[in-house]
Design a protein around this ligand. Structure first.
Ligand code: DAH
Length: 358
């Protein structure tokens, strides 16, 4: 056996014996790397006589190519084996039934948020989100709250310690600042809903320092009060799953809308139960209005070109009303028995095709 043949057979068996990609890489470096045996042999070509080189050149090149190919082939088969091994360990049998001991319920707030998202997604709305910690500009100023206006105090705001530059960050008191963030970053038409946590220093049977809102915002060249009413009426009918829910709009004041309104729904309370779609009593469920021209201007939009409508509603309250939950504070008490009773099946995702709630 010539020297080259011996070398080739030695390298070939090392390649075949490599049991991992790392081991194979070691063989490759030892053979074809800068200081590898084959590379060192290639370097001797320069010192050979022309006749010798004519013979050794092709022989060495052939050796180099065959070794490189053998390494590639071995690499491919090692990779395939590794993938097979991984697939074998990560196999999931999707036909297995849910184990009886798998417990857990969806919290009514998550449920109701998902229901609201499902309803407005079907109407063509996107979901937008923003930070819980806000600055004065997004939470108040850009929303047309005048400086030192009592409305700022009305919100019972949680402020942080002032920063070095005097600026006080705050926990957002409503989801409306995300309207501002969206209008500053996105060209109309805008059609969004904004679910999220909100914070006010307040606590009793119907108020908690942290609560949840869903905000809605539509900005377009033609958006008017009729669209606002139609959108919200369609929403309450679908949400409460009652076709003849009665609604009425009462004039109200918000700094960021003009005109502003509160929407009430008709109900009757009978033997400790609230029934919608009947009776002659009214209950307020959300605030709304046409986006104030100043708010559009603060976001760089021309109020002569664009109009918008918006609304904001309390998720916790909607959840209490729809599912007959008497005390808001229980939402945050982390009581597993309460959740077992009021919670929802995690496998049933709310959607309009199969039903919002079961
Ligand atoms: N931000 C208001 C609040 O927290 C709710 C609200 C009212 C939002 C009217 C709106 C709106 O977008 O148009 O009390």
């Amino acid at each position: 056996m010539s020297e080259l043949e011996a070398l080739e057979s030695d390298l070939t068996s090392k390649i075949n014996d490599a049991s991992s990609e790392a081991a194979l890489e070691e063989v490759r470096v030892a053979a074809l790397g800068k200081k590898g045996v084959v590379s060192e042999k290639m370097k001797t070509l320069g010192k050979m006589s022309p006749e010798e080189r004519k013979e050794m050149g092709p022989a060495l090149n052939g050796l180099k190519n065959r070794i490189a190919e053998a390494i590639e082939a071995k690499k491919a088969s090692l990779e395939e084996a590794a993938l097979d091994a991984r697939l074998a360990t990560e196999k999931v049998d999707v036909t297995l039934p849910i184990r009886p001991e798998a417990k857990g319920k969806i919290h009514p707030i998550s449920q109701v948020t998902e229901e609201i998202v499902a309803i407005f997604s079907a109407m063509g709305f996107d979901v937008a989100e923003g930070p819980d910690i806000e600055d004065d500009f997004h939470n108040f100023t850009a929303l047309n709250f005048p400086p030192d206006h009592p409305a700022r105090e009305m919100h019972d705001t949680f402020f942080f310690e002032p920063k070095e530059d005097g600026q006080r960050m705050l926990l957002r008191t409503h989801t409306s600042p995300v309207q501002i963030r969206t209008m500053l970053n996105q060209k109309p038409p805008i059609r969004i809903i904004i679910p999220g946590r909100t914070f006010r220093c307040d606590s009793d049977q119907t108020h908690t320092p942290m609560f949840h809102q869903v905000e809605g915002l539509v900005v377009d060249k033609e958006a008017h009060m009729g669209h606002l009413k139609g959108t919200l009426e369609a929403f309450v009918k679908t949400f409460f799953e009652i076709d003849d829910v009665k609604t009425r709009f009462r004039p109200h004041f918000f700094p960021f809308t003009e005109p502003s309104a509160e929407m009430d729904i008709g109900y009757e309370s009978a033997s400790n139960e609230i029934r919608f779609g009947q009776g002659s009593d009214w209950m307020e469920i959300l605030g709304c209005g046409m986006v104030h021209p100043n708010v559009l201007r603060n976001c760089g939009l021309d109020p002569d070109e664009y109009q918008g409508f918006a609304w904001g509603m309390g998720v916790d309250r909607l959840a209490m009303l729809k599912y007959g939950i008497p005390d808001l504070r229980d939402f945050f008490a982390a009581d597993a028995r309460w959740l077992e009773h009021y919670g929802f099946d995690p496998v049933d995702q709310p959607n309009l095709a199969t039903g919002l709630s079961r």
